[in-house]
Write a protein that binds this ligand. Structure first.
Ligand code: CMP
Length: 225
């Protein structure tokens, strides 16, 4: 298990080597293939997960079967803590969009771990606060922004986390289908395709299967505002 990846998780970033070594004895690893589900919305849950490798989508399904994606998470990102701090069923379904590996920590061990470690507890609170801030932004964008603006914002967010800068632009291998991208911005696939085609025709990006190359970051950032 890669310590560097674990340290990217706010929960573990402040730990010294000794504390990390102690923590590792409580961690288990799970490997899943692309398309497999780690847990379903509504399940009862007793573990928190950190992505070690790969990417997952966190989604919810409406009563008429439509899907909305809350987030895409990659290495160093953590999920599965809500059902501990606000006891109840899992609030989202977690599905692998690539082959993926996770470290898991039982809620019981996490609680024990937090006791007497205010720095770790603060890391967790910081992550929850950041997530609430982001969720507020998403709600505001749904109300105030148009679909192309939301698509631009989602691509920039993915670029920040999964992008690789090359000579021709920022290569963002997001591993999402256009349907999933649409579920992430809360719009129909047709509208999202149209926005992407428009960005491409303006020369702001190049579309590739399950990835984009952002050619003009400045224009994309302006469109996302
Ligand atoms: P839990 O409810 O245990 O299982 C699903 C997890 O998805 C949840 O814990 C959170 O860790 C995560 N999650 C729920 N809502 C969001 C959100 N809006 N953004 C990012 N992650 C979320």
């Amino acid at each position: 298990m890669d310590n560097d990846v674990l340290r990217q998780a706010p929960l573990f970033s402040a730990l010294d080597d000794e504390a990390m070594a102690a923590l590792r004895t409580s961690l288990a690893t799970t490997r899943l293939r692309r398309g497999e589900v780690l847990f379903h919305e509504g399940d009862s849950g007793d573990k928190l997960y950190v992505v070690l490798e790969g990417k997952v989508k966190l989604g919810r399904t409406s009563s008429d079967g439509r899907e909305n994606l809350l987030a895409i998470m990659g290495p160093g990102q953590m999920f599965g803590e809500l059902s501990l701090f606000d006891p109840g069923p899992r609030s989202a379904t977690v599905t692998c969009v690539t082959d993926a590996e996770f470290a898991s920590l039982s809620h019981e061990d996490l609680l024990r771990w937090l006791e007497g470690r205010p720095v770790v507890a603060r890391g967790l609170l910081a992550q929850l606060a950041a997530r609430l801030r982001k969720a507020n932004d998403v709600v505001a964008d749904l109300v105030f922004s148009d679909v192309p603006g939301r698509v631009a914002k989602a691509l920039l967010d993915l670029a920040e986390r999964f992008g690789r800068t090359a000579d021709d632009g920022v290569h963002v291998h997001h591993d999402l289908t256009q349907e999933e991208l649409a579920q992430l911005v809360g719009a129909s696939r047709e509208t999202v395709n149209k926005a992407l085609a428009d960005f491409a025709s303006r020369g702001w990006l190049r579309l590739e299967p399950r990835s984009v190359v952002i050619l003009d970051m400045e224009r994309m950032s302006r469109r996302a505002r």
